[in-house]
Design a protein around this ligand. Sequence first.
Ligand code: ATP
Ligand code: PRP
Length: 221
Amino acid sequence: MSAFQADSQQLILALSKGRIFEDTLPLLEAAGITVTENPETSRKLILPTNDPNVRVLIVRATDVPTYVQHGAADFGVAGKDVLLEHGGEGLYQPIDLHIAECRMSVAVRNGFDYETAVRQGARLRVATKFVQTAREHFAEKGVHVDLIKLYGSMELAPLVGLSDAIVDVVSTGGTLRANDLKEVEAIMDISSRLIVNQAALKLKRERLQPIIEAFERASNK
Ligand code: ATP
Ligand code: PRP
């Protein structure tokens, strides 16, 4: 264990900038914790709070489970999409926070006849950041796919002939519409979860439990 964590009174929370950080702030407030620096303006990656024993790590959304799994953070907030790709090893997932709600969907270019392609058993090229989820979805449907791993801007792939379809998160549908794409299948609902390092849950239970309970109460409102 690093010196950073040696103090068992210290709690380290991993969050990503943007919607997860913004939507977690009211939950932290409900637990009496105020983050005292803004990650959008600060260059710091370790942010202080009003509680000297609680600090916030700012990491990429996809990296949150990794920090928590390895105990570099005691707890964190991550989307179900990210957790499914990570696998959830070493993580306790006590609550659905009902924040950053969206859905995982299959989308194609307007004009592409997805249903017919599937019915005829065509082999589909699918571009996505979510390869595990996509692989499982198409395997369940018995559809043969060639998965193309991307790290962002999935909507571009069908427009330039890189793929026939994409698997991506959809909320308002605005991004699909703006790029001449249509949603053809909803795979699952997505929201963000509180995740806790399994060892920290045992060793720091007294400190973590009230925060977990406050998050639970606030997220059920
Ligand atoms: P990374 O920085 O690692 O590439 P990202 O850019 O996907 O990740 P965010 O855009 O901050 O990170 O998304 C964080 C989480 O919010 C996602 O994992 C997903 O669960 C959810 N999410 C993504 N897009 C939307 C959306 N348009 N509306 C609501 N929730 C969303
Ligand atoms: C996400 C996702 C989609 C978009 C869907 O992008 O990758 O592109 O939201 O939302 P909509 O259906 O409401 O348009 P985001 O806004 O997070 O941008 P980023 O992936 O570049 O961070």
